[in-house]
Design a protein around this ligand. Sequence first.
Ligand SMILES: Nc1ncnc2c1ncn2[C@@H]1O[C@H](COP(=O)(O)OP(=O)(O)OP(=O)(O)O)[C@@H](O)[C@H]1O
Length: 610
Amino acid sequence: MRNSWADSVENTATDNVGPSGGSGASASTRRSSYVPPHLRNKPMGAEPPAPSPGGPPSGNDRSGFNGPTSGSRWGGSRPDYGRQGYSGGGRSGGGWGGRGGGWGREREVNPFGNDADVDLEQSFDQENTGINFDAYEDIPVETSGENVPPPVNTFAEIDLGEAVNLNIRRCKYVKPTPVQRYAIPISLAGRDLMACAQTGSGKTAAFCFPIISGIMRGDFSQRPRGVRTVFPLALILSPTRELSMQIHEEAKKFSYQTGVRVVVAYGGAPINQQLRELERGVDILVATPGRLVDLLERAKVSLQMIRYLALDEADRMLDMGFEPQIRRIVEQMDMPRPGERQTMLFSATFPKEIQRLASDFLANYIFLAVGRVGSSTDLILQRVEYVHDGDKRSHLMDLLHAQMANGVHSKQALTLVFVETKKGADALEHWLCINGFPATAIHGDRTQQEREQALRTFKRGDTPILVATDVAARGLDIPHVSHVINFDLPNDIDDYVHRIGRTGRAGKSGLATAFFNEGNLSMAKPLADLMQEANQEVPEWLTRYASRSYGGGRNKRSGGGRFGGRDFRRDSSYSRSGGGGVSYYDGGNSSGGYGNYSGGYGPGVTSAWD
Ligand SMILES: Nc1ncnc2c1ncn2[C@@H]1O[C@H](COP(=O)(O)OP(=O)(O)OP(=O)(O)O)[C@@H](O)[C@H]1O
Protein backbone atom coordinates (compact mmCIF):
# COMPACT_ATOMS: atom_id res chain seq x y z
CA MET A 1 0.00 0.00 0.00
CA ARG A 2 1.60 3.11 -1.24
CA ASN A 3 0.13 5.24 1.46
CA SER A 4 1.05 3.30 4.52
CA TRP A 5 2.60 5.03 7.44
CA ALA A 6 5.83 3.14 6.99
CA ASP A 7 5.92 3.89 3.27
CA SER A 8 5.22 7.53 3.73
CA VAL A 9 8.10 7.84 6.17
CA GLU A 10 10.28 6.27 3.52
CA ASN A 11 8.89 8.51 0.79
CA THR A 12 9.62 11.60 2.77
CA ALA A 13 13.24 10.73 2.93
CA THR A 14 13.40 10.92 -0.84
CA ASP A 15 10.87 13.71 -1.28
CA ASN A 16 12.15 15.96 1.41
CA VAL A 17 14.10 18.43 -0.60
CA GLY A 18 14.80 21.76 0.98
CA PRO A 19 13.61 25.03 -0.56
CA SER A 20 15.85 26.29 -3.24
CA GLY A 21 15.95 29.66 -4.75
CA GLY A 22 18.62 28.66 -7.20
CA SER A 23 17.48 29.10 -10.72
CA GLY A 24 19.77 26.39 -11.89
CA ALA A 25 18.11 23.69 -9.80
CA SER A 26 16.47 20.92 -11.73
CA ALA A 27 12.70 20.97 -11.98
CA SER A 28 12.34 17.97 -9.79
CA THR A 29 14.40 19.29 -6.94
CA ARG A 30 13.46 22.93 -7.16
CA ARG A 31 10.80 24.36 -4.87
CA SER A 32 8.89 27.33 -6.12
CA SER A 33 6.75 29.61 -4.06
CA TYR A 34 3.10 28.83 -3.52
CA VAL A 35 0.87 28.75 -6.56
CA PRO A 36 -2.87 28.77 -5.89
CA PRO A 37 -4.89 26.08 -7.63
CA HIS A 38 -6.61 28.32 -10.15
CA LEU A 39 -3.23 29.46 -11.44
CA ARG A 40 -1.56 26.08 -11.48
CA ASN A 41 -1.43 24.36 -14.84
CA LYS A 42 -1.33 27.65 -16.63
CA PRO A 43 1.49 28.45 -18.96
CA MET A 44 4.26 30.48 -17.40
CA GLY A 45 3.41 34.12 -17.11
CA ALA A 46 -0.21 33.60 -18.13
CA GLU A 47 -1.45 35.20 -14.92
CA PRO A 48 -0.45 38.32 -13.08
CA PRO A 49 1.42 37.98 -9.81
CA ALA A 50 -0.32 37.68 -6.46
CA PRO A 51 -2.98 40.20 -5.57
CA SER A 52 -2.23 42.41 -2.63
CA PRO A 53 -2.73 40.59 0.62
CA GLY A 54 -5.04 41.77 3.33
CA GLY A 55 -8.40 41.74 1.61
CA PRO A 56 -11.20 39.58 2.89
CA PRO A 57 -11.01 35.98 1.76
CA SER A 58 -12.98 35.62 -1.40
CA GLY A 59 -16.07 33.49 -1.20
CA ASN A 60 -16.43 30.55 -3.41
CA ASP A 61 -16.99 31.74 -6.89
CA ARG A 62 -20.36 30.20 -7.41
CA SER A 63 -20.84 32.01 -10.69
CA GLY A 64 -19.12 29.09 -12.30
CA PHE A 65 -21.49 26.63 -10.72
CA ASN A 66 -24.68 27.31 -12.55
CA GLY A 67 -25.08 23.80 -13.72
CA PRO A 68 -22.81 21.81 -15.92
CA THR A 69 -21.44 24.24 -18.42
CA SER A 70 -20.37 23.67 -21.92
CA GLY A 71 -16.71 23.65 -21.21
CA SER A 72 -15.85 27.18 -22.17
CA ARG A 73 -13.74 27.71 -19.09
CA TRP A 74 -11.80 24.55 -19.67
CA GLY A 75 -11.41 23.75 -23.27
CA GLY A 76 -9.34 26.66 -24.40
CA SER A 77 -6.90 27.38 -21.67
CA ARG A 78 -5.87 23.98 -20.38
CA PRO A 79 -6.62 21.35 -22.93
CA ASP A 80 -3.45 19.34 -22.67
CA TYR A 81 -2.07 19.55 -19.20
CA GLY A 82 -2.24 15.87 -18.58
CA ARG A 83 -0.18 15.12 -21.63
CA GLN A 84 2.33 17.84 -21.01
CA GLY A 85 3.08 16.44 -17.60
CA TYR A 86 3.12 18.53 -14.53
CA SER A 87 6.27 17.60 -12.83
CA GLY A 88 8.16 20.02 -14.95
CA GLY A 89 7.84 23.75 -14.91
CA GLY A 90 4.38 24.13 -16.39
CA ARG A 91 2.61 24.68 -13.11
CA SER A 92 4.26 27.77 -11.86
CA GLY A 93 2.39 30.99 -12.06
CA GLY A 94 5.45 32.67 -10.65
CA GLY A 95 5.64 35.47 -8.20
CA TRP A 96 3.57 34.02 -5.37
CA GLY A 97 6.18 34.66 -2.77
CA GLY A 98 5.83 34.48 0.94
CA ARG A 99 5.29 30.79 1.34
CA GLY A 100 8.32 28.63 1.18
CA GLY A 101 7.86 25.00 0.35
CA GLY A 102 4.87 25.46 -1.90
CA TRP A 103 3.89 22.54 -4.07
CA GLY A 104 3.95 24.28 -7.42
CA ARG A 105 6.96 22.47 -8.84
CA GLU A 106 7.06 19.42 -6.64
CA ARG A 107 7.38 16.15 -8.45
CA GLU A 108 4.01 14.48 -8.36
CA VAL A 109 4.11 10.78 -7.70
CA ASN A 110 2.18 8.93 -10.34
CA PRO A 111 -0.69 7.28 -8.42
CA PHE A 112 -1.45 4.98 -11.34
CA GLY A 113 1.96 3.37 -11.29
CA ASN A 114 3.12 2.44 -14.74
CA ASP A 115 -0.38 2.31 -16.11
CA ALA A 116 -0.81 6.07 -16.19
CA ASP A 117 -0.70 6.53 -19.89
CA VAL A 118 -1.84 3.15 -21.00
CA ASP A 119 -5.20 3.13 -22.74
CA LEU A 120 -5.55 6.86 -22.68
CA GLU A 121 -6.71 6.74 -26.21
CA GLN A 122 -9.62 4.48 -25.32
CA SER A 123 -12.92 6.20 -25.72
CA PHE A 124 -15.51 6.42 -23.01
CA ASP A 125 -17.83 4.08 -24.84
CA GLN A 126 -15.38 1.21 -24.83
CA GLU A 127 -16.46 -1.53 -22.43
CA ASN A 128 -14.64 -1.67 -19.12
CA THR A 129 -13.58 -5.22 -18.34
CA GLY A 130 -15.10 -6.82 -15.30
CA ILE A 131 -17.70 -4.19 -14.52
CA ASN A 132 -21.29 -5.19 -15.08
CA PHE A 133 -22.87 -1.82 -15.69
CA ASP A 134 -26.19 -3.34 -16.66
CA ALA A 135 -26.61 -4.30 -13.02
CA TYR A 136 -27.24 -0.65 -12.27
CA GLU A 137 -29.46 0.29 -15.20
CA ASP A 138 -32.91 -0.41 -13.77
CA ILE A 139 -32.28 1.04 -10.40
CA PRO A 140 -34.98 3.25 -8.87
CA VAL A 141 -33.89 6.81 -8.27
CA GLU A 142 -35.58 9.44 -6.16
CA THR A 143 -34.62 13.07 -5.90
CA SER A 144 -36.27 15.73 -3.83
CA GLY A 145 -35.58 19.37 -3.19
CA GLU A 146 -35.79 22.56 -5.17
CA ASN A 147 -34.77 22.76 -8.83
CA VAL A 148 -32.93 19.48 -9.07
CA PRO A 149 -30.39 19.61 -11.92
CA PRO A 150 -30.99 16.87 -14.50
CA PRO A 151 -28.77 13.77 -14.50
CA VAL A 152 -26.20 13.05 -17.19
CA ASN A 153 -25.59 9.82 -19.03
CA THR A 154 -21.93 10.10 -19.86
CA PHE A 155 -18.79 11.64 -18.41
CA ALA A 156 -18.44 13.56 -21.66
CA GLU A 157 -21.58 15.54 -20.77
CA ILE A 158 -20.02 16.79 -17.56
CA ASP A 159 -17.58 19.64 -17.59
CA LEU A 160 -14.97 18.33 -15.21
CA GLY A 161 -12.01 19.60 -17.20
CA GLU A 162 -9.58 17.80 -19.45
CA ALA A 163 -7.13 16.80 -16.72
CA VAL A 164 -9.86 15.12 -14.64
CA ASN A 165 -11.27 13.50 -17.77
CA LEU A 166 -7.88 11.97 -18.47
CA ASN A 167 -7.78 10.59 -14.95
CA ILE A 168 -11.25 9.12 -15.36
CA ARG A 169 -9.89 7.27 -18.37
CA ARG A 170 -6.81 6.20 -16.45
CA CYS A 171 -9.17 4.76 -13.83
CA LYS A 172 -10.88 2.93 -16.70
CA TYR A 173 -14.25 4.33 -15.77
CA VAL A 174 -16.25 4.11 -18.97
CA LYS A 175 -19.50 5.65 -17.86
CA PRO A 176 -20.81 7.15 -14.65
CA THR A 177 -22.61 4.88 -12.20
CA PRO A 178 -26.18 5.97 -11.33
CA VAL A 179 -25.18 7.84 -8.18
CA GLN A 180 -22.52 9.66 -10.19
CA ARG A 181 -25.00 10.47 -12.98
CA TYR A 182 -27.19 12.32 -10.50
CA ALA A 183 -24.84 13.52 -7.79
CA ILE A 184 -22.14 15.07 -9.97
CA PRO A 185 -24.42 17.54 -11.80
CA ILE A 186 -26.11 18.42 -8.50
CA SER A 187 -22.76 19.15 -6.86
CA LEU A 188 -21.37 20.99 -9.87
CA ALA A 189 -24.44 23.21 -9.65
CA GLY A 190 -23.24 24.24 -6.20
CA ARG A 191 -26.05 22.50 -4.33
CA ASP A 192 -25.86 20.82 -0.96
CA LEU A 193 -26.62 17.12 -1.17
CA MET A 194 -27.67 14.23 1.01
CA ALA A 195 -27.08 11.14 -1.10
CA CYS A 196 -27.86 7.51 -0.44
CA ALA A 197 -26.64 4.84 -2.80
CA GLN A 198 -25.83 1.20 -2.42
CA THR A 199 -22.48 -0.07 -1.27
CA GLY A 200 -19.86 -0.31 -3.99
CA SER A 201 -21.72 1.98 -6.38
CA GLY A 202 -19.08 4.68 -6.79
CA LYS A 203 -19.93 7.32 -4.16
CA THR A 204 -16.27 8.28 -3.62
CA ALA A 205 -15.88 9.58 -7.16
CA ALA A 206 -19.33 11.18 -6.91
CA PHE A 207 -18.09 13.60 -4.25
CA CYS A 208 -14.43 13.82 -5.31
CA PHE A 209 -14.95 14.86 -8.93
CA PRO A 210 -17.02 18.00 -8.20
CA ILE A 211 -14.68 19.04 -5.38
CA ILE A 212 -11.57 18.74 -7.55
CA SER A 213 -13.27 20.45 -10.44
CA GLY A 214 -14.59 23.24 -8.20
CA ILE A 215 -11.14 23.90 -6.76
CA MET A 216 -9.61 23.98 -10.21
CA ARG A 217 -12.06 26.52 -11.50
CA GLY A 218 -12.49 28.60 -8.36
CA ASP A 219 -10.63 31.78 -7.57
CA PHE A 220 -8.99 31.28 -4.19
CA SER A 221 -6.23 33.76 -4.74
CA GLN A 222 -6.87 35.45 -1.42
CA ARG A 223 -6.41 32.31 0.59
CA PRO A 224 -4.34 33.24 3.66
CA ARG A 225 -0.80 31.95 3.64
CA GLY A 226 0.00 31.29 7.25
CA VAL A 227 3.47 30.25 8.23
CA ARG A 228 2.38 27.37 10.41
CA THR A 229 -1.32 27.11 9.72
CA VAL A 230 -2.71 25.67 6.51
CA PHE A 231 -6.05 26.61 4.96
CA PRO A 232 -7.52 23.71 2.98
CA LEU A 233 -10.38 24.43 0.59
CA ALA A 234 -12.11 21.10 0.99
CA LEU A 235 -12.53 18.72 3.89
CA ILE A 236 -13.51 15.08 3.49
CA LEU A 237 -14.26 13.32 6.77
CA SER A 238 -14.60 9.58 7.18
CA PRO A 239 -14.99 7.37 10.25
CA THR A 240 -11.95 5.09 9.98
CA ARG A 241 -8.26 5.52 9.30
CA GLU A 242 -8.21 2.92 6.56
CA LEU A 243 -11.17 4.52 4.81
CA SER A 244 -9.51 7.94 4.96
CA MET A 245 -6.37 6.44 3.47
CA GLN A 246 -8.40 4.85 0.71
CA ILE A 247 -10.26 8.07 -0.10
CA HIS A 248 -6.91 9.85 -0.16
CA GLU A 249 -5.55 7.32 -2.65
CA GLU A 250 -8.62 7.67 -4.83
CA ALA A 251 -8.64 11.46 -4.66
CA LYS A 252 -4.95 11.54 -5.62
CA LYS A 253 -5.75 9.52 -8.73
CA PHE A 254 -8.65 11.75 -9.67
CA SER A 255 -6.59 14.90 -9.15
CA TYR A 256 -3.37 13.69 -10.78
CA GLN A 257 -1.82 16.49 -12.82
CA THR A 258 -4.59 18.90 -11.97
CA GLY A 259 -2.47 20.88 -9.53
CA VAL A 260 -4.93 20.12 -6.72
CA ARG A 261 -3.08 18.69 -3.73
CA VAL A 262 -4.68 16.12 -1.45
CA VAL A 263 -3.35 15.32 2.03
CA VAL A 264 -4.55 12.77 4.57
CA ALA A 265 -4.49 12.97 8.37
CA TYR A 266 -5.56 10.12 10.64
CA GLY A 267 -4.82 8.81 14.09
CA GLY A 268 -2.42 6.06 15.01
CA ALA A 269 0.33 7.39 12.76
CA PRO A 270 2.97 9.93 13.81
CA ILE A 271 1.52 13.40 13.56
CA ASN A 272 4.84 14.98 12.58
CA GLN A 273 4.90 13.24 9.25
CA GLN A 274 1.35 14.43 8.56
CA LEU A 275 2.29 17.96 9.61
CA ARG A 276 5.15 17.96 7.14
CA GLU A 277 2.79 16.87 4.38
CA LEU A 278 0.36 19.62 5.34
CA GLU A 279 3.10 22.23 5.35
CA ARG A 280 3.93 21.31 1.79
CA GLY A 281 0.45 22.54 0.88
CA VAL A 282 -3.09 21.22 0.92
CA ASP A 283 -6.20 21.88 -1.10
CA ILE A 284 -8.21 18.84 -0.08
CA LEU A 285 -7.78 17.46 3.43
CA VAL A 286 -9.04 13.92 4.01
CA ALA A 287 -9.21 13.19 7.72
CA THR A 288 -10.63 11.18 10.56
CA PRO A 289 -12.38 13.41 13.12
CA GLY A 290 -10.07 12.73 16.09
CA ARG A 291 -6.83 13.61 14.31
CA LEU A 292 -8.46 16.65 12.73
CA VAL A 293 -9.54 17.98 16.13
CA ASP A 294 -5.95 17.53 17.28
CA LEU A 295 -4.65 19.51 14.30
CA LEU A 296 -7.25 22.23 14.86
CA GLU A 297 -6.37 22.53 18.53
CA ARG A 298 -2.71 22.91 17.65
CA ALA A 299 -3.76 25.61 15.16
CA LYS A 300 -2.03 23.67 12.40
CA VAL A 301 -5.16 23.67 10.30
CA SER A 302 -7.77 26.37 9.88
CA LEU A 303 -11.16 25.60 8.38
CA GLN A 304 -11.80 29.22 7.54
CA MET A 305 -11.36 28.67 3.78
CA ILE A 306 -13.36 25.47 3.52
CA ARG A 307 -15.64 25.70 0.52
CA TYR A 308 -16.47 21.99 0.23
CA LEU A 309 -17.32 19.66 3.08
CA ALA A 310 -17.98 15.99 2.39
CA LEU A 311 -18.93 13.44 5.03
CA ASP A 312 -18.48 9.90 3.78
CA GLU A 313 -20.46 7.29 5.72
CA ALA A 314 -22.38 10.33 6.91
CA ASP A 315 -24.88 8.39 9.03
CA ARG A 316 -22.02 6.83 10.96
CA MET A 317 -20.37 10.21 11.35
CA LEU A 318 -23.53 11.61 12.91
CA ASP A 319 -24.29 8.56 15.00
CA MET A 320 -23.88 8.88 18.75
CA GLY A 321 -20.18 8.05 18.80
CA PHE A 322 -19.03 10.73 16.42
CA GLU A 323 -21.69 13.42 16.51
CA PRO A 324 -20.12 15.63 19.20
CA GLN A 325 -16.78 15.65 17.40
CA ILE A 326 -18.41 16.40 14.07
CA ARG A 327 -20.45 19.23 15.57
CA ARG A 328 -17.30 20.61 17.09
CA ILE A 329 -15.47 20.55 13.78
CA VAL A 330 -18.31 21.81 11.66
CA GLU A 331 -20.10 24.20 13.99
CA GLN A 332 -17.66 25.36 16.64
CA MET A 333 -14.46 26.03 14.74
CA ASP A 334 -13.96 28.57 12.02
CA MET A 335 -15.64 26.72 9.21
CA PRO A 336 -17.99 28.79 7.02
CA ARG A 337 -21.65 28.18 7.77
CA PRO A 338 -24.10 26.15 5.67
CA GLY A 339 -24.82 28.12 2.52
CA GLU A 340 -21.38 29.68 2.59
CA ARG A 341 -19.81 26.31 1.98
CA GLN A 342 -21.06 23.38 -0.06
CA THR A 343 -21.88 20.30 1.96
CA MET A 344 -22.23 16.76 0.63
CA LEU A 345 -23.29 13.82 2.75
CA PHE A 346 -23.00 10.29 1.39
CA SER A 347 -23.85 6.85 2.69
CA ALA A 348 -25.54 3.61 1.74
CA THR A 349 -27.80 3.93 4.77
CA PHE A 350 -29.49 7.02 6.13
CA PRO A 351 -31.88 6.47 9.05
CA LYS A 352 -34.43 9.20 9.45
CA GLU A 353 -33.28 10.38 12.84
CA ILE A 354 -29.82 10.85 11.37
CA GLN A 355 -31.26 12.68 8.38
CA ARG A 356 -32.80 15.09 10.88
CA LEU A 357 -29.46 15.71 12.57
CA ALA A 358 -27.73 16.00 9.24
CA SER A 359 -30.09 18.68 8.02
CA ASP A 360 -28.43 21.06 10.53
CA PHE A 361 -25.35 20.97 8.35
CA LEU A 362 -27.09 21.59 5.06
CA ALA A 363 -28.73 24.50 3.25
CA ASN A 364 -31.53 24.08 0.73
CA TYR A 365 -30.28 20.63 -0.04
CA ILE A 366 -31.24 17.98 -2.51
CA PHE A 367 -31.96 14.48 -1.28
CA LEU A 368 -30.91 11.73 -3.64
CA ALA A 369 -31.69 8.05 -3.21
CA VAL A 370 -30.31 5.60 -5.71
CA GLY A 371 -31.72 2.16 -5.16
CA ARG A 372 -33.71 1.42 -2.07
CA VAL A 373 -32.06 3.36 0.69
CA GLY A 374 -30.33 1.08 3.11
CA SER A 375 -30.91 -1.92 0.93
CA SER A 376 -28.25 -4.33 -0.08
CA THR A 377 -27.51 -4.74 -3.73
CA ASP A 378 -29.01 -7.61 -5.67
CA LEU A 379 -25.47 -8.44 -6.75
CA ILE A 380 -24.85 -10.06 -3.37
CA LEU A 381 -26.23 -13.53 -2.87
CA GLN A 382 -27.28 -13.63 0.79
CA ARG A 383 -27.54 -16.80 2.87
CA VAL A 384 -28.48 -17.22 6.51
CA GLU A 385 -27.69 -20.41 8.38
CA TYR A 386 -28.81 -21.39 11.86
CA VAL A 387 -25.61 -22.14 13.80
CA HIS A 388 -25.24 -22.49 17.57
CA ASP A 389 -22.36 -20.52 19.06
CA GLY A 390 -20.47 -23.69 19.91
CA ASP A 391 -20.70 -24.93 16.32
CA LYS A 392 -19.61 -21.73 14.60
CA ARG A 393 -15.95 -22.63 14.19
CA SER A 394 -16.54 -26.03 12.69
CA HIS A 395 -19.20 -24.55 10.45
CA LEU A 396 -16.80 -21.88 9.31
CA MET A 397 -14.23 -24.54 8.58
CA ASP A 398 -16.77 -26.43 6.48
CA LEU A 399 -17.45 -23.29 4.46
CA LEU A 400 -13.77 -22.64 3.91
CA HIS A 401 -13.09 -26.26 2.95
CA ALA A 402 -15.97 -26.12 0.49
CA GLN A 403 -14.51 -22.98 -1.02
CA MET A 404 -11.16 -24.66 -1.41
CA ALA A 405 -12.75 -27.74 -2.94
CA ASN A 406 -14.51 -25.52 -5.47
CA GLY A 407 -11.29 -23.75 -6.23
CA VAL A 408 -12.84 -20.53 -4.99
CA HIS A 409 -10.45 -20.10 -2.12
CA SER A 410 -7.44 -18.60 -3.83
CA LYS A 411 -5.49 -15.42 -4.24
CA GLN A 412 -8.30 -14.14 -6.40
CA ALA A 413 -11.08 -15.00 -3.95
CA LEU A 414 -10.77 -13.36 -0.57
CA THR A 415 -12.98 -14.10 2.43
CA LEU A 416 -13.85 -11.51 5.05
CA VAL A 417 -15.12 -12.85 8.38
CA PHE A 418 -16.86 -10.39 10.72
CA VAL A 419 -16.91 -10.97 14.46
CA GLU A 420 -18.29 -8.89 17.28
CA THR A 421 -15.29 -8.33 19.55
CA LYS A 422 -11.58 -7.59 19.24
CA LYS A 423 -10.75 -10.54 21.47
CA GLY A 424 -12.96 -12.73 19.34
CA ALA A 425 -11.09 -11.56 16.25
CA ASP A 426 -7.70 -12.45 17.74
CA ALA A 427 -8.94 -15.84 18.92
CA LEU A 428 -10.50 -16.75 15.59
CA GLU A 429 -7.45 -15.63 13.63
CA HIS A 430 -5.25 -17.79 15.84
CA TRP A 431 -7.55 -20.77 15.53
CA LEU A 432 -7.71 -20.47 11.73
CA CYS A 433 -3.95 -20.23 11.47
CA ILE A 434 -3.27 -23.28 13.61
CA ASN A 435 -5.80 -25.16 11.50
CA GLY A 436 -3.97 -24.40 8.30
CA PHE A 437 -5.98 -21.45 7.02
CA PRO A 438 -3.85 -18.41 6.21
CA ALA A 439 -5.66 -15.70 8.11
CA THR A 440 -4.98 -12.28 9.55
CA ALA A 441 -7.06 -9.88 11.64
CA ILE A 442 -7.92 -6.21 11.86
CA HIS A 443 -9.49 -4.45 14.84
CA GLY A 444 -9.19 -1.38 17.01
CA ASP A 445 -6.70 -2.81 19.51
CA ARG A 446 -4.07 -3.50 16.85
CA THR A 447 -1.46 -0.89 16.13
CA GLN A 448 -1.88 1.11 12.98
CA GLN A 449 1.08 -0.68 11.45
CA GLU A 450 -0.50 -4.04 12.23
CA ARG A 451 -3.82 -2.88 10.78
CA GLU A 452 -2.19 -1.73 7.57
CA GLN A 453 -0.10 -4.86 7.34
CA ALA A 454 -3.21 -7.03 7.75
CA LEU A 455 -5.01 -5.19 4.97
CA ARG A 456 -1.96 -5.37 2.73
CA THR A 457 -1.45 -9.12 3.06
CA PHE A 458 -5.19 -9.69 2.66
CA LYS A 459 -5.36 -7.61 -0.52
CA ARG A 460 -2.34 -9.39 -1.94
CA GLY A 461 -3.93 -12.75 -1.19
CA ASP A 462 -1.06 -13.83 1.06
CA THR A 463 -3.60 -14.23 3.85
CA PRO A 464 -6.84 -14.66 1.91
CA ILE A 465 -8.94 -14.73 5.09
CA LEU A 466 -9.37 -11.52 7.08
CA VAL A 467 -11.08 -11.65 10.46
CA ALA A 468 -12.44 -8.21 11.28
CA THR A 469 -14.55 -6.19 13.64
CA ASP A 470 -16.75 -3.38 12.39
CA VAL A 471 -13.63 -1.27 11.86
CA ALA A 472 -13.58 -2.86 8.39
CA ALA A 473 -17.33 -2.77 7.84
CA ARG A 474 -17.66 0.52 6.01
CA GLY A 475 -16.32 1.88 2.80
CA LEU A 476 -13.31 -0.35 2.24
CA ASP A 477 -13.01 -1.23 -1.41
CA ILE A 478 -10.97 -4.42 -1.59
CA PRO A 479 -10.95 -6.11 -4.97
CA HIS A 480 -11.76 -9.82 -5.14
CA VAL A 481 -13.59 -10.16 -1.83
CA SER A 482 -15.89 -12.93 -2.97
CA HIS A 483 -17.35 -13.99 0.36
CA VAL A 484 -18.36 -12.08 3.50
CA ILE A 485 -19.18 -14.26 6.48
CA ASN A 486 -21.04 -12.79 9.44
CA PHE A 487 -19.64 -15.20 12.03
CA ASP A 488 -21.32 -12.95 14.62
CA LEU A 489 -24.25 -10.93 13.32
CA PRO A 490 -24.26 -7.24 14.22
CA ASN A 491 -27.11 -5.77 16.29
CA ASP A 492 -27.99 -3.24 13.68
CA ILE A 493 -29.29 -4.08 10.23
CA ASP A 494 -27.48 -1.08 8.72
CA ASP A 495 -24.18 -2.50 9.94
CA TYR A 496 -25.10 -5.75 8.23
CA VAL A 497 -25.74 -3.85 4.99
CA HIS A 498 -22.31 -2.21 5.14
CA ARG A 499 -20.51 -5.42 6.11
CA ILE A 500 -21.91 -7.51 3.27
CA GLY A 501 -21.24 -4.56 0.96
CA ARG A 502 -17.52 -5.39 1.08
CA THR A 503 -18.37 -7.89 -1.66
CA GLY A 504 -20.52 -7.44 -4.76
CA ARG A 505 -18.95 -4.09 -5.66
CA ALA A 506 -18.75 -2.12 -8.88
CA GLY A 507 -21.20 -4.40 -10.65
CA LYS A 508 -19.52 -7.64 -9.64
CA SER A 509 -21.34 -10.41 -7.80
CA GLY A 510 -20.53 -11.71 -4.31
CA LEU A 511 -21.68 -14.07 -1.60
CA ALA A 512 -22.64 -13.25 2.01
CA THR A 513 -23.27 -15.90 4.65
CA ALA A 514 -24.61 -15.10 8.12
CA PHE A 515 -24.64 -17.37 11.18
CA PHE A 516 -27.88 -16.83 13.08
CA ASN A 517 -28.98 -18.23 16.43
CA GLU A 518 -31.10 -17.38 19.48
CA GLY A 519 -28.69 -14.59 20.34
CA ASN A 520 -29.74 -12.70 17.24
CA LEU A 521 -33.51 -12.75 17.63
CA SER A 522 -33.88 -9.00 17.36
CA MET A 523 -32.29 -9.17 13.91
CA ALA A 524 -34.74 -11.76 12.58
CA LYS A 525 -37.29 -9.34 11.19
CA PRO A 526 -35.00 -6.68 9.76
CA LEU A 527 -32.86 -9.38 8.19
CA ALA A 528 -35.81 -11.21 6.68
CA ASP A 529 -37.23 -7.92 5.36
CA LEU A 530 -33.92 -6.87 3.88
CA MET A 531 -33.41 -10.19 2.18
CA GLN A 532 -36.89 -10.12 0.77
CA GLU A 533 -36.37 -6.63 -0.62
CA ALA A 534 -33.18 -7.77 -2.29
CA ASN A 535 -34.99 -10.73 -3.90
CA GLN A 536 -33.14 -13.26 -1.77
CA GLU A 537 -34.46 -16.59 -0.63
CA VAL A 538 -35.55 -16.22 3.01
CA PRO A 539 -35.40 -19.52 4.95
CA GLU A 540 -38.72 -20.53 6.42
CA TRP A 541 -37.31 -20.75 9.93
CA LEU A 542 -36.16 -17.13 9.69
CA THR A 543 -39.59 -16.02 8.54
CA ARG A 544 -41.05 -17.77 11.58
CA TYR A 545 -38.66 -15.97 13.92
CA ALA A 546 -39.39 -12.72 12.13
CA SER A 547 -43.12 -13.08 12.60
CA ARG A 548 -42.70 -13.28 16.35
CA SER A 549 -41.60 -9.67 16.57
CA TYR A 550 -38.79 -9.55 19.12
CA GLY A 551 -38.21 -6.16 20.64
CA GLY A 552 -34.92 -4.53 21.35
CA GLY A 553 -33.28 -4.80 17.98
CA ARG A 554 -32.23 -1.68 16.20
CA ASN A 555 -34.03 -1.50 12.95
CA LYS A 556 -33.49 2.06 11.89
CA ARG A 557 -34.68 1.43 8.39
CA SER A 558 -37.97 3.21 8.61
CA GLY A 559 -40.14 4.48 5.84
CA GLY A 560 -41.20 1.40 3.94
CA GLY A 561 -42.57 1.65 0.46
CA ARG A 562 -40.63 1.28 -2.70
CA PHE A 563 -37.73 3.30 -1.38
CA GLY A 564 -36.81 1.81 1.97
CA GLY A 565 -36.02 5.18 3.50
CA ARG A 566 -36.79 8.36 1.71
CA ASP A 567 -36.27 12.04 2.31
CA PHE A 568 -37.41 12.62 5.87
CA ARG A 569 -38.73 16.04 4.80
CA ARG A 570 -41.55 14.16 3.09
CA ASP A 571 -42.86 12.80 6.38
CA SER A 572 -46.18 14.17 7.52
CA SER A 573 -44.61 15.16 10.84
CA TYR A 574 -42.19 17.31 8.95
CA SER A 575 -44.80 18.83 6.64
CA ARG A 576 -46.89 20.07 9.50
CA SER A 577 -46.65 23.82 9.53
CA GLY A 578 -44.27 25.15 12.11
CA GLY A 579 -46.25 28.37 12.20
CA GLY A 580 -45.32 31.70 10.78
CA GLY A 581 -46.31 30.64 7.31
CA VAL A 582 -43.15 28.62 6.78
CA SER A 583 -43.44 26.43 3.76
CA TYR A 584 -41.93 23.02 4.37
CA TYR A 585 -40.89 20.48 1.89
CA ASP A 586 -43.78 18.61 0.37
CA GLY A 587 -42.73 17.11 -2.88
CA GLY A 588 -40.12 15.27 -4.84
CA ASN A 589 -39.27 13.49 -8.02
CA SER A 590 -38.48 9.94 -8.75
CA SER A 591 -38.12 7.68 -11.67
CA GLY A 592 -41.43 6.24 -10.54
CA GLY A 593 -43.19 9.55 -11.07
CA TYR A 594 -43.72 11.28 -7.77
CA GLY A 595 -45.28 14.71 -7.80
CA ASN A 596 -43.32 17.83 -8.49
CA TYR A 597 -41.66 19.75 -5.78
CA SER A 598 -43.61 22.72 -4.57
CA GLY A 599 -42.32 23.40 -1.10
CA GLY A 600 -38.96 24.51 0.07
CA TYR A 601 -36.49 24.26 2.87
CA GLY A 602 -34.34 27.16 2.10
CA PRO A 603 -31.52 28.74 4.00
CA GLY A 604 -32.75 30.36 7.14
CA VAL A 605 -35.95 28.36 7.32
CA THR A 606 -36.43 26.94 10.77
CA SER A 607 -36.77 23.21 10.73
CA ALA A 608 -39.49 21.40 12.60
CA TRP A 609 -36.96 20.33 15.26
CA ASP A 610 -35.44 23.64 16.19
N1 LIG B 1 -17.86 5.03 -13.15
C1 LIG B 1 -17.23 3.95 -12.72
N2 LIG B 1 -16.90 2.96 -13.57
C2 LIG B 1 -16.25 1.85 -13.12
N3 LIG B 1 -15.89 1.63 -11.86
C3 LIG B 1 -16.19 2.60 -10.98
C4 LIG B 1 -16.86 3.81 -11.36
N4 LIG B 1 -17.00 4.58 -10.26
C5 LIG B 1 -16.44 3.90 -9.25
N5 LIG B 1 -15.95 2.72 -9.67
C6 LIG B 1 -15.27 1.69 -8.84
O1 LIG B 1 -16.26 1.08 -8.04
C7 LIG B 1 -15.70 0.64 -6.81
C8 LIG B 1 -16.58 1.08 -5.66
O2 LIG B 1 -16.55 2.48 -5.54
P1 LIG B 1 -16.64 3.20 -4.13
O3 LIG B 1 -15.63 2.63 -3.20
O4 LIG B 1 -16.63 4.65 -4.37
O5 LIG B 1 -18.08 2.72 -3.65
P2 LIG B 1 -19.02 3.31 -2.51
O6 LIG B 1 -20.34 3.57 -3.14
O7 LIG B 1 -18.36 4.45 -1.82
O8 LIG B 1 -19.11 2.05 -1.55
P3 LIG B 1 -19.36 2.00 0.05
O9 LIG B 1 -20.80 2.32 0.30
O10 LIG B 1 -19.03 0.60 0.39
O11 LIG B 1 -18.45 3.00 0.67
C9 LIG B 1 -14.30 1.22 -6.75
O12 LIG B 1 -13.38 0.20 -7.06
C10 LIG B 1 -14.29 2.26 -7.85
O13 LIG B 1 -13.01 2.43 -8.41
